[in-house]
Design a protein around this ligand. Structure first.
Ligand code: COA
Length: 342
């Protein structure tokens, strides 16, 4: 690692749809209650796209906020990676649409799919490109609109997810490296435990149309995913700290994927973390998949829970199965343009 060029995060941003759907609203759709949802998940409300709101639009909003936070010229961005499982189109990629909208004319752009772990995968790729000296500035966006893939008559799944985008900007630094480690894992043998099937090309080509009545809703084995998560999160945390050469006690803030407060609390307890170290905003947004970690970081920075300099453990898990973590030093103050507080 010593021959690699160091990197740091310089910006964070997020965008959410304006429509709020509360647990009381869901009570009118399925046999559930605010009490059940709150005690089993910690979620009180979520944002859901309406009208012409799109994944691309949210991704652009989050990217613009991160660019403003960092105070950089969009022309300086070398690479845009959008992590999403729910793009508006198969192509053009969401990353190409972000590129043109933010004016990152020099940037290469592509999407990646690693479900809720997508932003951690994007960070690991960004770090590699910067570390090798290929690029200096990388914009990473996580965006998902799961509301389009939920069966709103299935109380097991429709209560969990919300729509959002979150963005991070990573840049090469002459100073100390602040991306202390990235750690990625996958286990395809558990792929069936969480899936959105039948949107791809998996039907035999014989000239006929794909079956009309395909079930295309998100499928989840909730208990199995819960068990996976409460093991995967501590494993990723321990491995990424070891890779970074730090102890778990050296981590100031734990910024986990926001899937379920019980998963977050169980993992934090196993790791011996204190409640004030836990970053959580899923009460307000639910599980926003690839967006959730940067959205949680953005909110924690905004409400001054995280004050730079701080060592943060970003830990993701999700469909694939995939999981992973990034240990970062957060030192980035918000850029203040023209003397105005941003
Ligand atoms: N309202 C009321 N009752 C509900 C309900 C809802 N929204 N959803 C499920 N139930 C019912 C079930 O039907 C079941 O009833 P039954 O015993 O009569 O069959 C009962 O509640 C208990 O279900 P169970 O699956 O044991 O609940 P749980 O405590 O495991 O909680 C989850 C369910 C989904 C909240 C939990 O398993 C979980 O969070 N799993 C991880 C999901 C996740 O994070 N996915 C995304 C990963 S990126």
């Amino acid at each position: 690692m010593s021959s690699q060029i160091g990197a740091r995060l310089i910006g964070v941003g997020a965008a959410v749809p304006s429509a709020v759907v509360t647990n009381a609203d869901l009570q009118r759709l399925v046999d559930t209650s605010d009490e059940w949802i709150t005690t089993r998940t910690g979620i009180k409300e979520r944002r859901i796209v309406r009208g012409n709101e799109t994944a691309t639009g949210l991704a652009i909003g989050a990217a613009k906020e991160a660019i403003a936070y960092a105070g950089i010229d969009p022309g300086a961005i070398d690479l845009i990676i959008v992590a999403t499982s729910t793009p508006d189109n198969l192509y053009p990629s969401t990353a190409c649409m972000v590129q043109v909208a933010v004016g990152a004319t020099r940037a290469a752009a592509f999407d990646l799919e690693a479900a809720c772990t997508g932003i951690i995968y994007a960070m690991a790729i960004g770090q590699q490109f910067i570390g090798s000296g290929t690029y200096k500035t990388v914009l990473m966006v996580g965006v998902d609109i799961h509301s389009r893939f939920l069966n709103w008559e299935d109380r097991n799944t429709c209560i969990l997810f919300g729509d959002a985008a979150g963005a991070l900007i990573m840049q090469a630094t002459d100073g100390e490296n602040e991306i202390l480690s990235t750690y990625l894992r996958a286990d395809g043998s558990g792929g069936h435990l969480l899936s959105i099937p039948n949107y791809g090309t998996a039907y035999p080509f014989s000239g006929e149309e794909p079956p009309k009545a395909m079930d295309r809703y998100l499928k989840m084995n909730g208990r199995a995913i819960y068990e996976f998560a409460v093991h995967a999160v501590p494993e990723a945390m321990r491995a990424s700290c070891a890779k970074a050469g730090i102890r778990i006690e050296d981590v100031d803030y734990f910024v986990p994927h926001q899937a379920n407060q019980r998963i977050i609390n169980a993992a934090a307890e196993r790791l011996g973390l204190r409640p004030e170290q836990i970053v959580s905003n899923l009460e307000e947004y639910g599980n926003t998949s690839a967006a959730s970690i940067p959205l949680a970081l953005r909110d924690a920075v905004r409400r001054k829970q995280i004050v730079p300099p701080a060592t943060c453990a970003l830990v993701g898990f999700g469909g694939g199965l995939t999981w992973g973590a990034a240990i970062v030093r957060w030192t980035a103050s918000e850029h203040i343009a023209n003397g105005e507080a941003g």
